[in-house]
Design a protein around this ligand. Structure first.
Ligand SMILES: CC(C)(COP(=O)(O)OP(=O)(O)OC[C@H]1O[C@@H](n2cnc3c(N)ncnc32)[C@H](O)[C@@H]1OP(=O)(O)O)[C@@H](O)C(=O)NCCC(=O)NCCS
Length: 112
């Protein structure tokens, strides 16, 4: 995504996680914006479009989203988008070393 001046602001999109976990294979939705683009609803609007594409065009039954447990900003976005969180789905990310503070992840799901 870019702003009116053509400045790159970040991305929102769909991906298939490459690691194996109890919820894979699956399609995830993710986002990463430059900080000056936060707090304007941009990620929310972009994610809504990606979700519509996933459910209407790709006809997926489910999308997941995950983040490190302490990433409250990303979790708030998942809540706003209508994702639900079951603590039983939480997991240790296999690509992050044991003992690392960011290893514990929360999984959110939304259904078509
Ligand atoms: C996660 C991330 C994308 C969230 O960005 P964000 O701007 O907070 O998310 P939203 O687009 O939903 O915007 C919500 C904020 O915009 C405000 N807002 C302003 N206009 C709005 C509108 N028209 N609609 C919705 N929200 C609006 C909301 O009030 C809210 O503000 P607040 O944070 O002060 O409560 C961003 O923090 C980020 O890129 N983080 C770094 C990367 C990262 O952590 N990615 C996830 C890794 S798994």
């Amino acid at each position: 995504m870019v702003d009116v001046n053509g400045q790159f602001g970040g991305f929102t999109g769909l991906a298939e996680p490459k690691f194996t976990a109890h919820f894979t294979p699956c399609v995830e939705i993710g986002w990463r914006l430059r900080k000056e683009f936060w707090g304007k609803g941009i990620a929310f609007a972009a994610a809504q479009q990606a979700m519509a594409y996933a459910f209407t065009e790709l006809k997926l039954a489910e999308l997941v989203s995950f983040t490190t447990a302490i990433n409250l900003r990303s979790r708030r976005l998942m809540d706003r988008l209508g994702f639900s969180h079951d603590p039983n789905d939480d997991f240790d990310h296999p690509d992050i070393a044991a003992g690392h503070p960011l290893r514990r992840h929360v999984l959110y799901r939304v259904f078509a």
